[in-house]
Design a protein around this ligand. Sequence first.
Ligand SMILES: CC1=C(CCC(=O)O)c2cc3nc(cc4[nH]c(cc5[nH]c(cc1n2)c(C)c5CCC(=O)O)c(CCC(=O)O)c4C)C(CCC(=O)O)=C3C
Ligand SMILES: [Fe+2]
Length: 341
Amino acid sequence: MVYDAFVLLSFGGPEKPDDVMPFLRNVVRGRGVPDERLAEVAEHYMHFGGVSPINQQCRDLLAAVRAEFAGAGIDLPAYWGNRNWHPMLADTVAQMRDDGVTHALGFATSAYGGYSSCKQYWEDIAAARAKVGPGAPVISKLRQFWDHPGFVEPHADAVRASLATLDESRRASTRLVFTAHSIPSSMARTAGPDGGRYEAQLNETARLVHAAAAPELSWDLVWQSRSGPPQVPWLEPDINDHLESLAAQNVTDVVVSPIGFVSDHLEVIWDLDNEAADTAKRLGLGYARAATPNVDPRFVSMVRELVQERTGRAPLKRLGTLPVWDDCPVACCPPPQRRGA
Ligand SMILES: CC1=C(CCC(=O)O)c2cc3nc(cc4[nH]c(cc5[nH]c(cc1n2)c(C)c5CCC(=O)O)c(CCC(=O)O)c4C)C(CCC(=O)O)=C3C
Ligand SMILES: [Fe+2]
């Protein structure tokens, strides 16, 4: 297979106050989410002037990937398109067609399997290509990278750095808490070719980061950023409830490592640096939030290595033991049931 472009696939985020509501309507498109719920989420964005950091983080990653490709003699133009906000993937795909691209490799900013983190990016690609019509380039998504050293090692270093900010005399009562985006339990059950893969991969990443960064600590994997109606079960416990139960078990300090994410976007800086940090303060827990990879050089090199792996120029590089594959089976990770459907 000959590939002639690279495309960064991401979630997208608002870049000014007037973007916030239209962005949120795009996120929940077709799901019958009430406006009151959206207004609540909009407020989180308004605390940051209506600007999510995620788009700038994508620009920074794209620039770093271009430099990385140039340094390795990889002659692929690099594009960027989002699911929910400009630059929208369909516009990017139209540009790629105009530039003569025929078959691109896509890198999504999520390390894991599941509908929201993987399959929906395949759907985004299909929808963008359908919109562009004849001549739209084929886009093959690069594989999930939950156990790649270029993802695990930056998380592990960040855990070490966070731990160093906490009181060493309380190390024996310090806990390492990994978090990821909660998803509906039904979506978790059907994640991956044989189900449960989102949680299984997150557990593997957690185990690897723990072993590399702080094997002396006990650890837990918990969930954050739940949305949706309360009667629909999502993965639990929530990080805030978990902090309550840790405080009750005489834990004194926590390092929170958001292994579910690749950059410090709004779900991290609002839900962890604000909400969870407030909960910890109220409980008298020492609290440190570890960084995500962002543009860590090892993470940027990982993107290059995934491209080279796909083109047969580099070996498979990984630390875990769960199955790895390139193209996802058609039947995996079905979309959630639409309300009223
Ligand atoms: C697994 C997962 C990831 C990680 C993988 C990946 O990164 O792809 C992720 C990332 C993100 N989620 C984000 C924001 C939002 N997610 C929402 C809603 C939802 N997320 C879900 C799952 C995930 N989400 C689900 C099952 C829903 C409900 C159903 C739906 O509606 O799809 C809503 C709706 C409002 C609400 O009800 O909270 C918002 C605003 C941002 C942007 C942050 C920024 O702006 O900096 C990012 C990176
Ligand atoms: Fe989300």
